[in-house]
Design a protein around this ligand. Structure first.
Ligand code: ZN
Length: 270
């Protein structure tokens, strides 16, 4: 342990406790992509004594996916955590690479959909994801710049504006850890992880926002933290305001929870 890894772990522990992310009795499914954030989340939840199982979605993106899968398998084996695997091809009949257009949108909507569904089927009471502070700041800015008025209702260290038996609550233990901190922690802990992003993600909007925030950060190192702090303060008011509009329905086609008549995933398949 170094002073850095020690303080990093304390920060994650405090986030879990302060925001009441999970109890030791609850079964937590950890979304395990094989990347640095999810591996860190997995490792720390295990270290802190939570009841976890891991879940990996094989996206079928060539060597990049193969390496991520083998990394996920190796960390789960090392920690003695059960790993469940789903191939996205079994869900949408194609790998992400085989898609001709809209790859990133189809990928993100399906990942979200599969994660919730499988976490529920595996008896998960919580779904832990590796989102860090940078991811959160990017999401807030993306929604704001797109004029999405319901923006960020799913934000915060745990989601859950709508309580429903088909929705597994998502928790983000790395909520207050920056990308740089997670990268350093993962490096110091010698986790088997790929640091390269998905080869298809170079031109997506999120990447542009990320580059922009990183540029601003060189002038003001607190910028991401300030965006997230501002949003966290606004969140209770936003939730209150939108509570009535957040009626949940079940998708007419697949029966999964959605705010609309048909869920986003089925809309894409029509
Ligand atoms: Zn559906």
């Amino acid at each position: 342990m170094t002073r850095f890894t020690d303080s990093f772990e304390k920060k994650v522990k405090q986030t879990i406790e302060k925001y009441d992310l999970a109890t030791k009795k609850e079964k937590i499914i950890v979304a395990c992509s094989g990347g640095k954030d999810s591996t860190t989340t997995l490792y720390l939840l295990k270290k802190f004594g939570y009841n976890i199982e891991a879940f990996h979605i094989n996206l079928g993106i060539g060597e990049w996916s193969k390496k991520n899968l083998s990394n996920a398998q190796s960390i789960c084996k090392r920690l003695g955590v059960m790993l469940h695997i789903t191939n996205i091809k079994d869900e949408i009949c194609k790998t992400i690479t085989e898609l001709k257009e809209n790859r990133c949108r189809i990928c993100s909507i399906n990942k979200r959909y599969i994660l919730n569904k499988k976490a529920r089927e595996l008896g998960g009471e919580k779904l832990a994801i590796g989102h860090n502070l940078d991811d959160e700041a990017e999401s807030i800015m993306m929604n704001l710049l797109r004029g999405n008025l319901e923006f960020g209702l799913g934000a915060g260290p745990k989601t859950g504006l709508i309580k429903d038996k088909k929705f597994v609550q998502r928790i983000k233990p790395l909520f207050f850890c920056t990308n740089k901190e997670t990268r350093r922690y993962s490096k110091e802990m010698e986790f088997p992880v790929l640091l390269e992003p998905c080869p298809h993600s170079a031109f997506v909007y999120r990447r542009q926002i990320r580059n922009w925030l990183n540029k601003l950060e060189t002038k003001d190192k607190n910028i991401k933290r300030n965006i997230v702090k501002w949003h966290l303060n606004k969140l209770p008011e936003l939730k209150k305001k939108h509570k009535k509009e957040q009626k949940l329905r079940y998708c007419r086609i697949c029966g999964e929870p959605t705010r609309n008549d048909i869920c986003k995933r089925c809309e894409l398949l029509i």
